[in-house]
Design a protein around this ligand. Structure first.
Ligand SMILES: Cc1cc2nc3c(=O)[nH]c(=O)nc-3n(C[C@H](O)[C@H](O)[C@H](O)COP(=O)(O)OP(=O)(O)OC[C@H]3O[C@@H](n4cnc5c(N)ncnc54)[C@H](O)[C@@H]3O)c2cc1C
Length: 261
């Protein structure tokens, strides 16, 4: 099994910026948790507000059972990225988006306290299907775009790429105070866009020559527009653009799951 359930507790909570909270998770079985770095994703299961522990069916058929369970009592399931893993603990950086539309996961992170419990479905092998950043061997340079939800993945990707290839990256954030230190090797050109505008920025950019590999994440409509620009206007081959909608304006992750078969 490449993915297993882990019982975790909150060890620490740290405010990183006005829009980002870091939760450090710990757990006695986390020695078996083996993230692959880069944009390693995992499933996070949270208790409903009236519960102390997340209700998650386990075993091979957990997904149909979770889906069939009462949404009022089953755990809230969301997708997150492993920001960094250490011995027996790992960090998750939550974008705590605006309180009006705040969903259960960002609200949970905003209020989480040491000792709070959660469940994680995470990798037990570093080479697993939850890592999408996989540049092709003939890649000359890397293009990255994302928003606050993609900052943890971008940080993982930037440290993984290191000095091996030039990188051009654009990151949208809400507030100038959300600009953070990310791993930046020589050859990384990183532009923070306060208030958005990633499509216009990429459109206006004078991109390097050679063969790119693009990784595009963030709000779905923005992701689609950046991908369309790269493929249709810049002539980047489709298989060299890895794109993922991390969230969609006006839709919860449950809404998005309900659309899939
Ligand atoms: C592979 C993958 C990796 C991800 N990694 C991370 C990560 O490391 N950190 C992280 O913060 N997020 C990450 N996300 C995004 C996260 O799963 C979504 O933002 C999720 O919707 C948050 O759940 P919620 O319960 O707070 O909001 P939901 O209940 O899902 O949504 C409630 C409302 O909030 C809106 N909303 C959701 N996210 C945002 C946002 N960022 N800004 C403004 N409005 C929003 C929705 O459109 C909806 O209207 C990742 C997503 C994927 C697919």
């Amino acid at each position: 099994m490449t993915f297993e359930f882990f019982d975790v507790t909150v060890l620490r909570r740290e405010l990183l910026s006005p829009s980002a909270v870091r939760i450090v998770f710990g757990g006695s079985s986390l020695a078996a948790f083996a993230g692959g770095g880069r944009d390693q994703r995992f499933k996070l299961f949270l208790p409903q507000p009236h519960q102390g522990a997340a209700v998650v069916p386990r075993g091979e058929d957990w997904y149909p059972r979770w889906r069939a369970a009462d949404p009022a009592t089953r755990a809230v399931m969301r997708t997150y990225t492993v920001r960094e893993q250490r011995d027996g603990e790992f960090d998750v950086d939550f974008a705590v988006h605006d309180t009006v539309s705040a969903g259960p996961a960002s609200s949970w992170a905003r209020h989480a306290r040491p000792g709070d419990r959660a469940v994680v479905l995470g990798p037990t092998l570093a080479d697993n299907g939850g890592v999408d950043f996989r540049p092709l061997p003939d890649t000359d340079w890397v293009l990255l775009t994302g928003d606050e939800t993609a900052v943890p993945a971008l940080a993982g990707i930037l440290s993984w790429v290191g000095t091996s290839m030039p990188v051009r990256a654009w990151i949208e954030v809400h507030d100038a105070a959300d600009v953070r230190d990310l791993p930046r090797a020589a050859g990384v050109e990183l532009t923070w866009l306060v208030g958005g505008g990633v499509l216009d920025a990429v459109r206006a950019a004078d991109l390097p020559g050679g063969t790119p590999y693009a990784w595009v994440a963030g709000e779905s409509a923005v992701v689609r527009s950046v991908r369309r620009h790269l493929v249709a206007e810049r002539g980047v081959e489709r298989h060299r653009v890895m794109f993922t909608g991390y969230w969609r304006r006006g839709a919860t992750e449950d809404d998005l799951l309900a659309e899939s078969p």
